[in-house]
Design a binder for this molecule. Structure first.
Ligand code: GDP
Length: 349
């Protein structure tokens, strides 16, 4: 489901030129937008190359949205929340100007391994998915979390060029993908359950420190008081955290996708946050730190693959691995020698 698009089978030859793709995206054509994403997800190098050309061409048209990351353990209520909150956002003035278009993307680390995904398997966000102002794309599949994250990032840029002014990136809070989603969003919202400790929820303190806001979900019916008590506890806990780089407080609130409690407050919070982050310069600084982070990540990925593409280099690595496994060299020393040998080889040796 993640990569197959009947209008554009990954095995087929691209049917459009780069210019046609770019014009289609800029005109907000959802089919062409979807096909461009499929190109980037394709394992074929000609698809990848065309995908990168499209990214380069749309780059000046990207970046204008408000990017909201939403994370939380399975069952915390992410998709129900996104459905309710997304509908509310569509009723209000767009968060960052524009025409009021919402894209919902996902980063699912399990799609890196299995090709299936925790997030994609359910029928999710039924109402949003029927709204023509909304574009929903499940997590890309790739061979590593880094690959999934890179494609999601590229997908954000394409969606922005296609006129989506609010981008919601959802991730399953299982401890790996939060850093990735934090490093590509303007605001990172952590959803938490009441009545289950942080430990039980597997939410590490480091992830809580990354959050710009913490919302206790399912604050309705019998659960309202418990949710409020949990919010108060987290409010006390975040006071002890190091100062947030935005200089803004980490807000703690309760919400319910069922009753709507807290959703308006959250939307207002996002507006206030965005305005003051722009005014203080933090908004652009965070974006440029993210660009640096992704550049450096990509350098490492490229270096690794460039190195291993040299047949003799792969041989050197394998030989040194043997030496480490046989106990002749420490793993660190073996790695040093493998890299030194690989680097000394001719570029295409
Ligand atoms: P996800 O795995 O984080 O995407 O969680 P889901 O959105 O699938 O929700 C998990 C369960 O919690 C479902 O049974 C929902 O019906 C329920 N749920 C989600 N939001 C709320 C809420 O605001 N109030 C209540 N009472 N239940 C909710």
């Amino acid at each position: 489901m993640a990569t197959f698009d009947p209008a554009f089978s990954p095995a087929s030859r691209p049917r459009r030129t780069c210019t046609e793709f770019v014009e289609g995206i800029l005109a907000g054509d959802r089919t062409i937008l979807g096909q461009s994403i499929t190109l980037l997800e394709s394992a074929r190098s000609d698809h990848q190359e065309l995908g990168q050309q499209i990214i380069e061409a749309i780059l000046p048209h990207s970046g204008k949205s408000f990017r909201l990351g939403v994370t939380g353990v399975p069952g915390v209520g992410k998709s129900t929340f996104i459905e309710a909150f997304g509908k509310l956002l569509l009723q209000q003035a767009p968060l960052s100007g524009g025409r009021g278009r919402l894209a919902v993307l996902a980063i699912d680390p399990s799609s890196a391994r299995s090709g299936g995904s925790i997030l994609g398997d359910k029928t999710r966000m039924v109402e949003l998915s029927r709204d023509e102002r909304v574009f929903i794309r499940p997590s890309p599949a790739a061979d590593s979390l880094g690959g999934v994250a890179r494609r999601t990032r590229e997908c954000i840029m394409l969606c922005e060029a296609a006129g989506y002014d609010t981008i919601l990136v959802e991730t399953v809070g299982v401890g790996q993908s939060e850093t990735a989603v934090h490093s590509m969003t303007d605001f990172f919202l952590l959803l938490m359950l009441s009545g289950a400790g942080d430990e039980l929820q597997g939410i590490k303190r480091g992830i809580m420190e990354m959050a710009d806001a913490i919302a206790i979900t399912k604050a309705d019916g019998d659960n309202v008081l418990r949710a409020r008590a949990a919010a108060a506890e987290y409010r006390a806990a975040v006071h002890l955290f190091p100062r947030h780089p935005s200089e803004q407080r980490i807000e703690t609130l309760t919400c319910s996708a069922q009753s709507g409690e807290g959703l308006n407050e959250l939307a207002a919070l996002l507006r206030r946050y965005r305005e003051s982050a722009i005014a203080s310069g933090y908004f652009l600084r965070r974006r440029s730190e993210q660009t640096r982070y992704w550049f450096q990540e990509s350098v490492m990925t490229e270096l690794k693959s460039a190195l291993l593409q040299k047949p003799l280099a792969a041989g050197a690595v394998a030989e040194m691995e043997e030496a480490a496994l046989a106990g002749r060299l420490s793993p660190f020393r073996a790695a040093q020698q493998a890299v030194a040998r690989a680097l000394s080889l001719a570029p295409h040796a």
